[in-house]
Design a protein around this ligand. Structure first.
Ligand code: FES
Ligand code: FES
Length: 155
């Protein structure tokens, strides 16, 4: 019988029914809740495409059991801003044209959002360190770093 797990996602209380409480959070977000910001890349915690924030920390949702985030605050790309009122990171990524195929961008933005919540004015070195384990196969890293700098520092 499916187990009901209560979650708080993007400020909304929701419940998902799972046969296996070890099921990755990513599957609950994408398949049960229809949130397609987080992407499936490697499924192994190695690329960062699936990153979401849990209680303000960047988390790889492909290797996080859905049961592990019960009663925690989960934030996905959809909860960060809206098309009408984008988050400063979302605006900066557009302004810097930091996207090629876009597959990695969810992870880049959510990882950067976690950085910004703990460090309002990171140096370039701190931005690069924070994003070091988020992979971009298009090679748009320099623009991504510029976008995060613009969001944090306005430059
Ligand atoms: S899909 Fe989760 S880290 Fe690659
Ligand atoms: S923009 Fe294509 S993987 Fe990063």
């Amino acid at each position: 019988m499916a187990q009901q797990i209560a979650l708080n996602v993007n400020g909304r209380a929701v419940t998902v029914g799972v046969d296996d409480p070890e099921m990755p959070l990513l599957y609950a977000l994408r398949d049960d809740l229809g949130l397609h910001g987080p992407r499936f890349g490697c499924g192994l915690g190695q690329c960062g495409a699936c990153t979401v924030n849990v209680d303000g920390e960047a988390v790889r949702s492909c290797v996080t059991p859905v049961s592990a985030v019960a009663r925690k605050r989960v934030l996905t790309l959809e909860g960060l801003g809206t098309p009408e009122k984008p988050h400063t990171l979302q605006k900066a990524f557009i302004e810097e044209q930091a996207v090629q195929c876009g597959y990695c961008i969810n992870g880049m933005i959510m990882q950067a959002a976690a950085l910004m919540s703990s460090n309002k004015n990171p140096s370039d070195a701190q931005i690069k360190q924070a994003l070091a384990y988020n992979l971009c196969r298009c090679g748009t890293h320099l623009r991504i770093v510029r976008a995060v700098r613009r969001a944090c520092c306005g430059a």
